[in-house]
Design a protein around this ligand. Structure first.
Ligand code: 5GP
Ligand code: MG
Length: 198
């Protein structure tokens, strides 16, 4: 009986420590707000109005780049008045490495049927631009009628690439950012705004 009580007591003590470890990963003390939820919302609405005019009377296939474009796509499609299909491709270059880049892997393109369709590729952030550009090249092989790109953020860095996204909501300085879909080792994606590490 004494052992059982001790066991329960031990569990109660150990449990909060586990939670504390995971909340430490999600600590808000290490990050500062760069772009608020309201700023994002109004910029999406503004840009969606442009897209609605541009594609009036036509249809659109919105291809989101998982997982970072999750939030921006969910909010964008609710502002679109043009009928649209939603598709997804996956690109990963950071993964569990956190802030250091690995090899770019793209999947999900082969399954897409884009022939003769207007495509809008949506990604979270345009840094070197390689991810968006490599996906654009792969999507073009599917013979779409048109292809444009939409990104939440563009980093102010020198780029060798001769390509710019068609729609870019915010330009930010060269810092590692999280929130609103963007992660650090898969954490922080659910934050409502965009944050940078201090
Ligand atoms: P790029 O290929 O343009 O250099 O990098 C684009 C991809 O790298 C983005 O789709 C995003 O997943 C990731 N990335 C680049 N910069 C950041 C950043 O500051 N924060 C996070 N979380 N991901 C980033
Ligand atoms: Mg990404």
């Amino acid at each position: 009986m004494l052992l059982l009580c001790l066991g329960i007591l031990l569990q109660l003590v150990v449990q909060p420590q586990c939670c504390a470890t995971s909340t430490k990963m999600l600590s808000m003390e290490n990050i500062e707000l760069l772009i608020s939820e309201d700023e994002i919302k109004s910029k999406i609405a503004e840009t969606a109005r442009v897209i609605n005019t541009e594609y009036k009377g036509q249809e659109l296939v919105v291809v989101m780049v998982m997982k970072g474009a999750l939030c921006i796509t969910a909010d964008l499609i609710r502002e679109l008045e043009v009928p649209c299909e939603i598709e997804a491709v996956t690109a990963s270059s950071y993964g569990q490495r956190g802030t250091s880049r690995g090899e770019l892997k793209i999947s999900g393109v082969d399954e897409l049927n884009l022939a003769g369709k207007n495509v809008l590729l949506v990604d979270d952030i345009f840094d070197s631009g390689e991810t968006v550009w490599q996906i654009v090249k792969r999507l073009k092989e599917k013979n779409p009628k048109s292809i444009k790109t939409f990104v939440l953020l563009v980093k102010n860095v020198e780029r060798t690439l001769d390509y710019e996204p068609d729609y870019a909501l915010f330009h930010i300085e060269n810092r590692f950012v999280v929130g609103y879909g963007l992660d650090y080792k898969e954490y922080y994606r659910g934050l409502r705004g965009v944050y940078a590490f201090k």
